[in-house]
Design a protein around this ligand. Structure first.
Ligand code: HEM
Ligand SMILES: [Cu+2]
Length: 537
């Protein structure tokens, strides 16, 4: 073994650019996604700055480009790649006890496609940005001038392909490469959630490719798929788009749920409550997620006979979601909860915000309420409580939780808590007022608005600056601590999943010997276990 470990230092190109190691690819995904998080965040701050004054600060065209770029970058280049490219890539092989993904070279290809898709979006910032919202509805996306929409279509295709290849890798790895004894009943909940997500990516992404390809054909090649004056139907675009994009909202939250299911039992020092309920509710959400898409189209000229079934299926999906929330709370109940930084993000940060976001989801899922709320800031409040309060909080929980595994070092705790509080307060100050102006009728996606909404908008803008500050502090902490942080042992949290049994960072081949799994990672803690592993930590 010794001889194998003493490989000479490799060049940067060999070490990173040509790597097929799932851990390195995961880190590359993570760093790239954080870079795009800064870009997407910058656009968000531009949007919020415009809304400081009811007259708008920028011109309307720039404003349209800012919010389109913000959402496109955040959805396609930050949250999905961060969860499925970075977290799942790094953790799934380790957690199932495998040496790598099933198809390591395809894994590298999937990263590099994501990278090229990202460059495509960056290029659009030079040559002309898309401006019709991340949903790119016709007719506006057909008449939109300049190359922006074409960059959008290109980027979606490339990133979509990357996403499908990544999904295939995860599906095959989880089905075929689990270590001996890693039965479905012992599978970590993070792996359960990424497996369901990968199936969703596989089945949903082609619909998006179809939607944007027909858009491109209509724009440049004389087809009339969405031109109603020539017999086309713009509604068809919405169906195709949401057949992907509603599942996509679960692609953005299920892996995040998985992160929470790992963090909470570790810091509550208790077995997870309702393991099977959490695992199977992911499967239920994944399945139901394909039957609710038209709840985005209640006011798009849909008949009631179609609206009511979609309303019911949307409300039904809140049931498995609530099952999870209940189980996490029950896991913490009467546990000796340790409020470390990842636990703060997971408990107050995530659960606290997601309950509000899930609740507003059921409000907009009700047809008569959505008639009033569709296209108002209420929807913007909803999506940010689930995406920022939900997905981003989980990402931050996960980054802090696995930071010692990636680096062998601990982040600075004081800065960690400071970053958390800025994020928590910033989220509430930014997004809560949007419920109020939305209920009062303020439309979304406009550069200027009625003067009565100005005060709450200014509050929200201040909140967004707090979030910006929080982001800088969090990233500064991670960068400094990766280099100078206190060294810790291989398992500082006394966690049980397999990645914690190997060194930090793990060796290139993950396990010297493939582990034989004999127990669930969620078995109860014995007191002596905690003291024993504390010494080794
Ligand atoms: C309890 C579960 C949920 C229900 C019942 C629900 C329901 C809805 C409904 C009906 C809309 C459309 C509102 C409108 O346009 O008028 C909507 C919008 C949206 N939801 Fe949810 N939602 C839920 C959870 C989530 C989650 C978990 C996410 C993502 C993490 C999410 C992300 C979004 C996004 C991004 C939009 C806006 C899309 C756009 O038009 O740009 N939702 N939700
Ligand atoms: Cu939806």
């Amino acid at each position: 073994m010794e001889a194998v470990l003493q490989v000479p230092r490799r060049s940067f190109v060999r070490e990173w650019v040509l790597t097929v190691d799932h851990k390195k690819i995961g880190i590359m995904y993570g760093v790239t996604a954080l870079f795009f998080f800064l870009i997407g965040g910058l656009f968000a701050l531009l949007v919020r700055t415009d809304l400081l004054s009811y007259k708008g600060v920028f011109d309307a065209q720039s404003y349209n480009e800012f919010f389109t770029m913000h959402a496109t970058v955040m959805v396609f280049l930050v949250i999905i790649p961060m969860l499925m490219g970075a977290f799942a890539n790094y953790l799934v092989p380790l957690q199932v006890g495998a040496r790598d993904m099933a198809f390591p070279r395809m894994n590298a290809l999937s990263y590099w496609l994501y990278f090229v898709g990202g460059i495509t979006i960056l290029l659009s910032m030079v040559y002309g940005m898309p401006d019709s919202g991340w949903t790119a509805y016709p007719p506006y996306s057909l008449t939109s001038q300049g190359p922006g929409m074409d960059f959008f279509v290109m980027a979606i295709h490339i990133v979509g392909l990357s996403s499908i290849l990544g999904a295939i890798n995860i599906i095959v790895t989880v089905h075929r490469m689990r270590a001996p004894g890693m039965t479905w009943n012992r599978l970590p909940l993070f792996v359960w959630s990424t497996l369901v997500t990968a199936y969703m990516q596989l089945f949903a992404t082609p619909a998006l490719a179809g939607a944007v390809t027909t858009l491109l054909l209509d724009r440049h090649f004389g087809t009339v798929f969405y031109d109603s004056s020539a017999g086309g139907d713009p509604m068809m675009y919405q169906h195709l788009f949401w057949f992907y994009s509603h599942p996509a909202v679960y692609i953005m939250i299920l892996p995040a749920f998985g992160i929470i299911s790992e963090v909470i039992p570790v810091f509550a020092r208790k077995p997870i409550f309702g393991y099977h309920a959490i695992a199977y509710s992911s499967v239920a959400i994944g399945f139901l997620g394909f039957f609710v898409w038209a709840h985005h189209m209640f006011v798009a000229g849909m008949q009631m006979s179609a609206g009511i079934p979609f309303m019911i299926s949307s409300l039904v999906i809140a049931v498995p979601t609530s099952v999870k929330i209940f189980n996490w709370l029950a896991t913490m109940w009467r546990g000796a909860v340790e409020y470390t930084v990842p636990m703060m993000y997971a408990s107050l940060g995530f659960i606290g915000s997601f309950i509000i976001g899930g609740f507003s989801g059921t409000i907009v899922a009700a047809v008569p309420l959505d008639m009033h709320l569709h296209d108002t800031y209420f929807v913007v409040a909803h999506i940010h409580y689930v995406l920022f309060g939900g997905a981003v909080m989980c990402i931050m929980a996960g980054i802090h939780f696995w930071f010692p595994k990636l680096t062998g070092r601990m982040y600075n705790e004081k800065l960690g808590y400071l970053g958390f509080w800025l994020y928590f307060i910033g989220t509430q100050v930014t997004f809560f007022p949007m419920h109020l102006v939305g209920l009062a009728g303020m439309p979304r996606r406009i550069a200027s608005y009625a003067p009565i909404f100005q005060t709450w908008n200014q509050v929200a803008t201040i909140g967004s600056y707090i979030l910006g500050l929080g982001t800088i502090i969090i990233l500064y902490n991670l960068m400094i601590s990766a280099k100078y942080g206190r060294k810790v042992g291989h398992n500082p949290w006394h966690a049980r999943t397999l990645e914690w049994t190997v060194s930090s960072p793990p060796p290139e081949h993950n396990f010297d010997e493939i582990p034989v799994v004999t127990d669930s990672p969620y078995r109860p803690y014995k007191p002596e276990e905690l003291t024993a592993s504390k010494e080794s930590a």
